[in-house]
Design a protein around this ligand. Structure first.
Ligand SMILES: Cc1cc2nc3c(=O)[nH]c(=O)nc-3n(C[C@H](O)[C@H](O)[C@H](O)COP(=O)(O)OP(=O)(O)OC[C@H]3O[C@@H](n4cnc5c(N)ncnc54)[C@H](O)[C@@H]3O)c2cc1C
Length: 275
């Protein structure tokens, strides 16, 4: 049985270096029975602990249909993430969850999907992208937009190319190009003019810095998208993950239990902070 407050031990199966500061960890619960029964929905997160260092919320970046292991894509920004980045295959971590709500994919059947991501915001969206990809016939057309600072920060480069080959429209942009960069230059919102999807019958899932979400909502509204069609996953400092501690509240909502996925209609009512 999974007890929300109790971490379960998991073993690191592999570690891949995605960019200079980002690694993806593939892990499995040491209790094989727990791994077999483990289920999550795209957009949910887990509390990941490094013994002796602390515990942090991290979204699951793998497919909900992959049941033999779980992936986390983690940027090295501070104390716990730095300790995590030092871990290798065979090392153990603690896991609690999955927690939070998710992208309501069951309501998106037959609709076109627009994914909008910035920086490591592509990681939480990746599990939703996989879910849509695996049930492609149930959805309409799919566009994936990704923006980051520089070409060396492009996350899941090979997968972006693969999704493009598989008939998704994939557009990347960087703020600071180098000589070899062949994609777009500028903010992710500048990609909206290339999106082939009509605002009618399209839903939007986004994740990235608050400022990206803020301006994406403004620009998409100008293109005719209604707030009901747009969903964003938010990141806030949090500790318990289960609504006890109040660290992650925004206005009268807790990111851990009311979120991390919010509809734009609800975002309007929240005092959303800039990163
Ligand atoms: C629901 C949710 C899902 C997340 N998913 C991912 C993910 O998939 N991949 C990933 O790399 N990160 C993710 N994060 C952010 C991750 O939790 C933080 O980067 C992590 O807590 C930093 O811990 P630290 O001890 O390494 O840094 P610290 O030493 O605590 O701090 C380093 C810096 O990061 C800031 N920071 C600390 N905690 C957070 C936080 N929770 N959110 C935002 N900034 C923070 C601090 O203010 C400080 O500036 C997620 C956060 C939430 C709330």
């Amino acid at each position: 049985m999974i007890i929300p407050e109790k971490p379960n031990v998991a073993e690191i199966l592999s570690v891949s270096q995605d960019t200079s500061d980002t690694k993806t960890f593939e892990v499995e619960f040491s209790d094989k029975n727990l791994q077999k029964k483990f289920k999550f929905r795209p957009g949910q997160f887990m509390m990941v602990s490094v013994f002796g260092f602390g515990e942090i919320p991290i979204s699951i970046s793998s497919s909900p249909y992959k049941t033999n292991s779980i992936n986390f894509t983690i940027v090295n920004v501070g104390n716990v993430t730095n300790a995590l980045h030092k871990l290798k295959k065979g090392n153990k971590i603690g896991l609690r969850g999955p927690f939070g709500n998710s992208f309501p994919l069951q309501k998106f059947r037959k609709k076109n999907i627009l994914f909008v991501s910035g920086g490591c915001g592509l990681a939480p969206l990746r599990s939703a992208i996989y879910a849509v990809r695996e049930k492609k016939s149930e959805f309409g057309k799919v566009s994936v937009l990704f923006g980051c600072k520089a070409p060396e920060n492009v996350l899941f480069d090979e997968e972006l190319k693969q999704w493009q080959k598989e008939d998704f429209q994939v557009l990347s942009t960087v703020d600071n190009p180098n000589k070899t960069w062949k994609g777009n230059v500028g903010l992710v919102t500048a990609l909206f003019k290339h999106v082939e999807l009509p605002s009618k019958n399209t839903v939007v899932m986004m994740c990235g810095p608050s400022v990206m979400i803020h301006f994406s909502l403004i620009e998409l509204r100008k293109k005719g998208f209604k707030d009901e069609q747009m969903f964003a996953s938010l990141e806030r400092l949090m500790q318990c993950g289960v609504g006890y501690c109040s660290h992650c509240n925004i206005g009268n909502k807790y990111t851990c239990i009311d979120g991390p996925v919010f509809n734009a209609k609800d975002l309007n009512k929240l005092p959303v902070k800039e990163d």
